[in-house]
Design a protein. Structure first.
Length: 451
């Protein structure tokens, strides 16, 4: 059982990472980089013009596991170098009841921006993939300890077990404008073409093991919606052209908007706020909603004499018929909608020196009905146009992180957690992220004399 559990856990950690919302907690203060407009469309770029190099303009990978790090779950025992699954009750007690493993991957396919009098206009095309596995601490305990450990005589709640995945292409057109010497407001409007979706709509599964006779009671129900996943589920393999076509054909149509504002309180102090990815996708292409109706099953095993008698076939047939009657499923092809993972930033920056400022961000995220807050304190050093770097401390999803970003003449590399890099402490980190890319930037940041 533990060997199987180890395979499942390693699979979740490895395979999904090559598949929730990018937080971009460090990018928010690296404003020489045009991609910072994705965190607040009101920001004024350091350059009058930029072109995002196709494909090379940026890739963003974000990985979070709120329940545990690798060093939490794989521990040495017996005084040797071997690692074992951590089955101690203390390990499970430090976890929340509901946890998640999420991966977000975004490609900047193309983009450009230019200044026009008091306005800055920008456009980009991105492909985004957000995937999230939800799991309860009871589910992980069941995998590692089995149903005969601490769960014996109790009800194990699997209600947090879920899988959600969304892939879509985003076409965004944005504009920000200086309305006065102090106030700048920006907005970005997006057309979305959904590629594929898996959405867990309901799950209230549970399992109870009787302390006296080890009988099982399994109860609950399940509902999941999918769009355009036949390539992965059909025995024929489906047609890969269906996925490629959905990058551009808007059969799964969506809309989104980013809004932002920046206000100069004084020569040294500024405040800013933004809401990012407020929107939805309507899934209509090759839609299937599968529902496992509520059930309640008690199973105390099979009589040993029935297994070795002439009637053993009948015993298994009767069991199969009973299960088919209990586990009743339905399929529906109606369209459904999903909301984007929406982010809210509230920030302030104070200029200590012409090249040095400190800042703070209060971050909020609403994703799959869950509210996830965080905060950041940062310091940023920048020249007028050539160079900028930022260092910060952030706290998000129960994890403390050190973020770092560097920009040099259009090339940038950013991470929200330095500690997850191989040279530091990757196995002890619950958050890992990396953004890297290059832009062609040109033009002065001075205000036009004629408006």
């Amino acid at each position: 059982m533990k060997k199987i559990s180890l395979i499942i856990i390693i699979f979740l950690y490895s395979s999904i990472s090559f598949v929730g919302a990018q937080r971009d907690l460090t990018m928010y203060n690296l404003r020489h980089v045009p991609q910072s407009l994705s965190t607040n469309p009101s920001f004024k770029p350091a350059y009058n013009n930029y072109i995002s190099i196709p494909v090379l303009s940026g890739i963003n990978l974000d990985l979070i596991n709120t329940g545990f790090s690798i060093s939490d779950i794989l521990v040495p025992k017996g005084g040797n170098d071997s690692l074992f699954l951590n089955s101690d009750d203390a390990f499970f007690s430090q976890m929340n009841g509901s946890n998640r493993l999420s991966v977000n991957l975004a490609f900047n396919l193309f983009g450009f921006g230019f200044k026009l009098k008091k306005n800055f206009i920008f456009f980009d095309i991105k492909n985004k993939l957000n995937a999230e596995v939800g799991y309860s601490s009871d589910f992980l305990k069941f995998l590692i300890q089995g149903n005969g450990g601490a769960l014996l005589g109790t009800t194990a709640d699997f209600g947090g077990l879920a899988f959600n995945a969304t892939n879509y292409t985003e076409y965004g057109l944005g504009l920000n404008r200086a309305f006065s010497d102090k106030l700048r407001i920006g907005a970005k409007f997006k057309l979305l073409s959904g590629v594929l979706n898996v959405n867990t709509l309901e799950n209230n599964l549970s399992i109870t093991t009787n302390r006296d006779n080890f009988g099982l009671n399994i109860a609950g129900g399940f509902k999941v919606g999918t769009s355009n996943i036949s390539q992965f589920t059909d025995s024929t393999g489906g047609n890969p052209q269906d996925i490629l076509g959905n990058l551009f054909n808007f059969k799964n149509f969506g809309l989104g908007v980013d809004l932002g504002a920046t206000y100069e309180v004084s020569e040294k102090l500024s405040v800013n706020a933004s809401v990012i990815d407020l929107g939805f996708i309507r899934w209509s292409d090759k839609v299937q909603t599968h529902t496992l109706k509520p059930f309640d099953l008690s199973f105390n095993g099979l009589e040993s004499n029935s297994l070795f008698s002439k009637d053993s076939t009948d015993a298994f047939t009767n069991l199969q018929d009973s299960l088919n009657n209990i586990f009743e499923t339905t399929k529906d092809n109606s369209s459904y909608s999903t909301a984007l993972a929406t982010r809210f930033y509230f920030g302030a920056n104070y200029k200590l020196l012409p090249f040095l400022n400190v800042g703070a961000i209060w971050y909020n995220e609403i994703n799959n009905g869950s509210y996830r807050p965080g905060f950041v304190v940062s310091t940023t050093i920048s020249s007028k146009r050539m160079f900028s770097t930022t260092l910060n401390y952030s706290y998000f999803s129960g994890s403390s992180n050190i973020g770092f970003g560097l920009n040099f003449r259009g090339f940038y590399i950013v991470t929200d957690n330095l500690l997850a890099l191989p040279m530091f402490n990757p196995y002890g980190s619950r958050i890992a992220s990396i953004s890297i890319g290059a832009n062609i930037v040109f033009g002065s940041d001075k205000e036009d004399k004629q408006d």
